[in-house]
Design a protein around this ligand. Structure first.
Ligand code: GAR
Length: 192
């Protein structure tokens, strides 16, 4: 069974969707580690509640990105991690992790990339007045929300949508699409 690390910085609703799918037997994976760069984030409490080991760190305690990524890499190797799933991890992945896990790092982003990369993609969509936005799941490279696209799904924006209402709609899609896509990625790996 593939061993997965989830990286997250915030609330962790996508982390929760993946945990729920594993616990319900809908996703055949071992969620072996949460890597969290905000020790007080809700996602760290969710990991604790579901007995997922957590490596929480503060970037300011390290000299450089390379230094904290070396420590993350050590934890990933100790836990024999096969795949890294980014779920609201608000940092660029640096050369240390890309060299070790390139092609096995996946991200979810709340827009139809290449539209609205970076922070507050939902607010950017409202601001731009688009009628359709959505969700993208992609492999991670050195760029900000770039990298080959694996899956996308559109979400309609209504006249009366606010940032909050649109975020809710997008997150519902995210939770389903992330579980399905991770399942396909892990499954295709078993077959090859
Ligand atoms: C998700 O909507 C995810 O797509 C987004 O952060 C949110 C995390 O929510 N990621 C990005 O914007 C990456 N550029 P969650 O903590 O509830 O899963």
């Amino acid at each position: 069974m593939s061993r997965v690390a989830i990286f997250a910085s915030g609330s962790g609703s996508n982390f929760q969707a993946l945990v729920d799918a594993v616990e319900a037997g809908r996703l055949d994976a071992q969620l072996s580690l949460l890597v969290c760069d905000q020790p007080s984030a809700r996602v760290a409490r969710r990991a604790n509640d579901h007995h997922v080991p957590c490596f929480a760190f503060s970037a300011k305690d390290y000299e450089s990105k390379e230094a904290f990524e070396q420590e993350i890499l050590k934890k990933l190797q100790e836990s024999e991690i096969d795949w890294i799933i980014l779920a609201g991890y608000m940092r660029l992945i640096g050369p240390t992790l890309l060299a070790a896990y390139g092609g096995r790092i996946v991200n979810i982003h709340p827009s139809l990339l290449p539209s609205f990369p970076g922070k507050d993609a939902v607010g950017q969509a409202i601001e731009a007045g688009v009628k359709v936005t959505g969700v993208t799941i992609h492999y991670v490279d050195a760029g900000m929300d770039t990298g080959p696209i694996i899956a996308q799904e559109a979400v309609a924006v209504s006249e009366d949508d606010t940032r909050e209402s649109l975020q809710k709609k997008i997150q519902l899609v995210e939770h389903r699409l992330y579980v399905d896509t991770v399942k396909s990625l892990l499954h295709s790996e078993v077959k090859s």
